[in-house]
Ligand binder design. Structure first.
Ligand code: ZN
Length: 272
């Protein structure tokens, strides 16, 4: 193909992508990001799955779009979305996440004892099960409000070393705000899990619909109960430092198809 023609074709394809507001805002196909995949027109929403898990599908103008959460553990390169009998390929790019070194006085929070480990396993299972719930209703909004007003203090995806030992990467976004600050749900939702966990402290899970889930933790106080439905902006609890936290802050996870993704994408603060 002549070089000029190839260049023009690229421009056209890029132009098409820009036509979709959702794609423009949310498509960050990297580990820990979101892949927005055009499923074309149709009367009914296609049934999309990624890694065997159901995926959020929304309609924009006349097209269906799959909003796929790409796990941090995803290898860059080709990936596949399943649509019943057919598949659609997409490409996951790469992203380097920085390191963060944290010193904890409470050594049990770095190397938990056997009783702690038992507790942590049970709590993890409970939380993973919440992340895997898939309710049929569509999210009220995909562009989310910040749950608190304040500066971001620790970014998503940073590789964390506690007292020099590497642990799980940071699966959410931190905001530096004073203890007691109200935390507001960034979209309508239903409270699907409330708990007091070893690492996360006082925690609330809000299901926004179709596997799009927010989790808030380290709270000083929880203001909601499981099963409660919430309107966008409703207060779920107050900022605190319960669980493994070095001080009061708001930690927010966003999950799609059981993949924790960068909440900054949804508030327009993502850094490539
Ligand atoms: Zn955090």
């Amino acid at each position: 193909m002549p070089r000029l023609l190839a260049f023009l074709l690229c421009l056209t394809l890029a132009g098409t992508a820009h036509a979709s507001y959702i794609t423009q805002k949310l498509n960050k196909p990297v580990p820990g990001g979101v892949a927005v995949i055009d499923l074309g027109p149709g009367a009914q929403a296609p049934n999309a799955r990624f890694e065997g898990k159901p995926v959020l599908v929304v309609k924009e103008q006349d097209k269906w779009l799959a909003i796929v959460g790409v796990p941090l553990t995803q290898k860059p390169g080709p990936a596949t979305l399943s649509l019943g009998t057919r598949t659609l390929g997409f490409t996951v790019g790469s992203k380097q996440y920085p390191e963060q070194h944290i010193t904890l006085k409470n050594k049990r929070q770095v190397n938990p004892n056997p009783a702690d480990l038992k507790r942590i396993d049970a709590e993890l299972a409970e939380q993973v099960s919440a992340y895997r719930s898939f309710s049929p209703g569509l999210p009220s909004n995909l562009i989310l409000d910040k749950p608190v007003n304040g500066p971001m203090s620790s970014r998503f995806g940073v590789r964390r070393f506690f007292n020099g030992e590497e642990r799980n990467p940071h699966a959410g976004l931190d905001f530096a705000v004073p203890a007691g600050t109200p935390i507001k749900t960034p979209a309508n939702g239903k409270v699907i899990l409330v708990g007091n966990y070893f690492f996360n402290g006082n925690t609330v899970f809000v299901d926004h619909g179709q596997g799009f889930i927010s989790m808030f933790c380290h709270m000083s106080k929880i203001d909601v109960k499981p099963g409660q439905t919430l309107s966008r902006g409703a207060v779920v609890g107050r900022v605190g430092s319960t669980g493994r936290a070095t001080g009061p802050h708001m930690h927010w996870n966003v999950s799609l198809n059981d993949a924790r993704v960068d909440p900054a994408i949804f508030i327009g603060a993502f850094q490539p």
